[in-house]
Design a protein around this ligand. Structure first.
Ligand SMILES: [Zn+2]
Ligand SMILES: [Zn+2]
Length: 128
């Protein structure tokens, strides 16, 4: 009896470890795939979700874009849709790549000054 019981429990333990590793990998993958944050078109101001650009054929990188995080707007099809990020310090949602200084305009007065100088507002306002 003992000869049979030992290998079975080893198999169960290995199986359990494998399942845990698989679950960790799956949850990491899920958090990336299901990440949700806004994108805003700097031309027509349309707001999208990052998931809208993950649909097949939806994402096009605009010519001259500073990053592949910038996408061609799905509405006007020419403006740059820019990702919106949330400041970890103060929670302000601000638009990336509008100016070269992508830091939070509330935490970094230099970033706010640079935006003002460029005549843009990098703070994201939810439409409506
Ligand atoms: Zn647009
Ligand atoms: Zn901040």
């Amino acid at each position: 009896m003992k000869k049979i019981v030992a290998p079975v429990s080893v198999v169960i333990i290995i199986g359990a470890i494998g399942l845990v590793v698989y679950n960790i990998k799956a949850s990491l993958g899920t958090s990336y795939d299901k990440a949700s944050y806004p994108y805003v078109c700097k031309d027509c101001k349309a707001v999208f979700d990052v998931q809208d650009f993950r649909k097949p054929g939806a994402y096009k990188m605009p010519k001259g874009a500073p990053s592949d995080s910038v996408a061609t707007c799905l509405k006007c099809n020419k403006g740059w849709a820019l990702p919106v990020t949330r400041c970890e310090q103060c929670g302000t949602q601000h638009v990336l790549y509008l100016i070269s200084d992508c830091r939070c305009p509330k935490c970094f007065p230099e970033a706010a000054a640079a935006a003002k100088k460029a005549g843009v507002d990098t703070i994201f306002k939810k439409p409506g």
